[in-house]
Design a protein around this ligand. Structure first.
Ligand code: ZN
Length: 194
């Protein structure tokens, strides 16, 4: 892991975006880590710094539009769009389907960067890619602050960038070594976690 990743991880820990312990994830799996990107992005200075890596990567690619999936992607998309001086829009789920609403549109041939806070399975990013391509937009690439797949998720677009790659360790409850050691388990978002 390079120096920059170490520094970023220490900011995630300071802001409690990255917690260590014994957690029950929403999937039901157990993990020694819990990650909540919003905790670091609540500090505009950290958000600006993390998004600067994304903007730096895409700065010469003539991005016209930054598009993000609501809700998590909006904060990152807005900051990346500001730094690239690109129009910034978001998609949102309506009656189950991801859509562009609020009069947002993509014109045929526009260069679009699809931007998220966290990629886990890549599902939301892929939905935004589909919407952009259906509108005739040119998806130049994708970006996320964190890639929780450790780089395993791939999109069929020319560029893919993440500020930080994290391989999330998970265990089934039956195989969890922390359970075997009787480490108390916490549910993220509950009051046991500060
Ligand atoms: Zn456990």
């Amino acid at each position: 892991m390079n120096m920059q990743s170490q520094e970023i991880i220490s900011i995630f820990k300071q802001t409690e975006a990255l917690l260590e312990g014994h957690f029950r994830l929403t999937s039901g799996l157990h993990s020694p880590q819990y990650f909540q990107c919003a905790k670091v992005l609540q500090y505009p200075k950290h958000c600006e710094m993390l998004c600067a890596s994304i903007a730096q990567f895409y700065k010469d690619m003539k991005i016209d539009v930054v598009a993000s999936p609501a809700l998590g992607g909006i904060v990152v998309g807005q900051e990346v769009g500001r730094q690239l001086d690109a129009r910034t829009i978001f998609t949102e789920r309506h009656e189950g389907a991801m859509q562009l609403r609020r009069g947002f549109e993509i014109k045929p041939g526009e260069n679009v960067l699809v931007c998220e806070d966290v990629v886990t399975t890549g599902g939301s990013t892929q939905e935004v890619i589909n919407i952009v391509q259906d509108a005739g937009g040119n998806v130049v690439g994708t970006a996320s602050v964190v890639d929780r797949s450790g780089g395993k998720v791939k999109f069929n677009v020319p560029n893919q960038f993440s500020v930080l790659k994290i391989d999330v360790i998970t265990y089934t409850p039956e195989d969890c070594p922390l359970c075997k050691q009787n480490v108390p388990i916490m549910k993220p978002g509950s009051r046991e976690i500060k």
